[in-house]
Structure formats: C-alpha cells, structure tokens
Design a binder for this molecule. Sequence first.
Ligand SMILES: Cc1ncc(COP(=O)(O)O)c(C=O)c1O
Length: 445
Amino acid sequence: MAKKPLPILDLNAFAFDQGTVPDKALAELIKRRYKTQGPTSMLFYQEPLHIVRGQGTWLYDSKGTKYLDVYNNVPCLGHCHPKVVEAVSQQLSQLNVHSRYLHDTVHIYTEKLLATLPDNIDRLVMTCTGSESNDLALRLARTTTQKKGIIVSEVAYHGNTQMVTEVSPSSFKTQAPPEYVMTVPVAEVTHRGDGAADWFADQVYSAIQTLNDRGFGCAALLVDPIFSSDGIYSDPPGFLNKAVEIVHEHGGLFIADEVQSGFARTGDCMWGFQRHNVVPDIITMGKPMGNGYPVAGVASRLDLLEALCQEVGYFNTFGGSTTAAAAGLAVLNVIEEEGMLENSRQVGAYLKLGLHELQDQNHCIAEIRGAGLYIGLEFSEDGDVNRPDVDKATATLNLLRRDQVLVGTVGKYGNVLKIRPPLCFTRDNADLFLNKLGKVLKELS
Ligand SMILES: Cc1ncc(COP(=O)(O)O)c(C=O)c1O
C-alpha cells in the first residue's frame, strides 16, 4: 500500500470532483453547496450526511436515521445539552452585544475558568475560534521573547489564519512551512518507555539549534498535548516536560493548544498539559468551550498581555460577548455537575479495554493509543506500524458510517481511527460501538 502523507483536510473528505452519491436529493444538496461555497467547503464521508437534529450522543439525518456519534467534541457535553440551550437562549433574549461593557456573567465565567488553570495563568482573553486564539498566542510569544522561531509537531494542525497555517504542517499540500517553523516528530514516544521525555527533548533541542542557526531564535514550542493530528500520542504521561524545560532555558515559551485536549477530554484532568506535569506560559482553547456556541480563548499572564498591548491594541467584537460567556459558564457547570471528567476516565478505560479485545482478533490494528475519551486506533498491514494501512482505516470509517456510527481518521497517513465521542458517552454506547466495529472488521478481513 502507498505510504504517502495526506494533508489533514483531505482525510475523510468527500471529493466534490469525483464523488457521486446514489440518493438524488443528497446529490442535489451537494451540488448546491459546491456551487455556492466552492472548494473550501469540506464534507465528511464518501456519502456525505445531511444531519438535521442532535441529542446527547445521537445525530439524526433528514430521513430520521439515527447515528451514534463517536466523533464530535464540539458539543462536548452531548448535542443540544439542555442546560447550555437554556443558558444561551435566556441570554440571547436578554442581551447580546459586543464585549465592551461590564457584565456579571462574563466576569463570573472568567474567574471560574481561570480557577481551573495553574496559578501563574491569571488572565483570559476571549476570542471566537481556536485559530484566533493561536494567532494571538503566537503574537504574545513573539512580542515577549522578541524571537520569531516556532516549534510544532510534525503533523500539527493549529488553525486557519495565515500565521497559524504557517505553523500547521499538516495543512500544506504542495509546499513546506516557512523557515522560521521547525517540526519535531512525536510517534516514537510510544516506544521509548522511560526514555521518551529525553528523546522528545532531544528533538526539540535540535530544532532550537536550527532556529538559532537560522537567526530566528525560539519564540515558542506550540503543541496540542494529545497530538491529535499527528495520530493521538498521549503516553507516557510526562513526555513533554523535559522539552518544555529546554525551551524555557533557551528563552522560549510553551504554548499548550487545548482546543482538542481541554475540558475533561483526557479523563484524568481538565487540561491535556496536566497529563505531562508542565505549566504553560500560554494556553489556547476553543471548540468544546461553548458546546457548539463559538467560544474560544487565550489564557496567559499579565506580563505577556502588557508586552503586546504596549505595541498594538487588541479588540475582539464577539469574543467574550455575554452569550459566549453564558455558554461557556454552562459548559463548566455541567462538566462539574454531571461528572464529565470521571465519565471520560471510566467510559474511556472501558472502551479501550473492548478495543484491546478487538485488537487480539484483528491483526490490522497495530496500536491503541489515547487517554479518556480520546482514542486512536492505528491500522497497519499485519500490525506493523511501519506499514500504515490507510485503505483499511478509510474502509472501516465508511462502513461504520453505513452502519450508523460516526468516527474520523487522523495521522500523517490518515490510518488512525479517531474515536472521540461527546463526554456523555455511556458504557451502552461503547458496547454498541464495539459491536459494530467488530462486525465491520470481520467484513473487511
Ligand atoms: C489543535 C487545534 N488547534 C486549533 C484548531 C483551530 O480551531 P478553529 O477551527 O476553531 O479555528 C483546531 C481545529 O481543528 C485544532 O484541532
């Protein structure tokens, strides 16, 4: 099988130029979409879905067919969680305006969110997307350090602004990232045991040297602590800590991009970086923060914000609006009240156990990685990680979709099944998923 890196946005993407679907109504909608939105409009699956309703861990299409959602972390508490719906509706009916007035909900929310973060992180800038958050984080790092170089993981994705695309190697289709960006591999950590932190730190150290040689210096190491787009690398816990020390020693900052790993996702802690026992200088957040309402943010220290604001002003019209804060506050409350962290840990562990049982019967599954409800299933020929099997991963994904179960794929070669359901996923949901996955794997064997 071909071992060719795939750009992240090509993974599980419907090919507008080649794809056809038997359903006439669906084909018409796809045509209308392309005609009005063009090639930046992405659709999932060889047969795209026309979803009209969601509830908890379920999505419903226009014909009433029900799909088990084992993919979505934006509605992290479950689709249309009633407490978020109520908080947003109530706030929308009272006041929804730009962010330049005082408002209790905004301040209650900011204080509550900051209380979940390390003590040194005492300021929050609210934005609307993860991309905006990372864009601002890079500006903070550069202004503070007066350096330009950025280190990211080999298959990183951090968003879609010009600057953030430049530090997202997985977005590039024909070119490489600019010279001020150095990438470090991560996949090896899984096999390095106790030496993982040293090995990863060595990669980062050599990237710093190159950035210094090129005259950029290292402004920041920017990583998603669960390395989602790289293929989901969570273990061993702590493998990031020496690399962060080295970056600090060389005058750089550590930015934890929590867009994927934040908000109880990894089961043992609220934030992905906590798994590695490191304290970031900047923490960026997005996606799950508002359970579907666009809420995002950058948490950092006053000195960093002051450094930036001495040079340029920063204002975000919608970031930190009253309704964004109401959505964010409802999310934090529900995580607490409904024990989402514990559920992520327990159901995640249960699911992983079931996946290991499937692995025993299916040699195409080379590795199972991840933490809490963020799990990667690596497909390789004969279980050999050096022979990624993207065809098997893609076929599994599309057959699961046929069988009303939704997952995604990630990784350099797109051969890792991304299992990341809403945090309200139950053991019954896990059993159903394992059962359907088992059948699909049998069909493909
Ligand atoms: C790790 C990570 N950071 C940032 C982003 C960008 O977030 P947004 O699409 O909200 O701009 C993404 C989006 O997938 C992401 O996965």
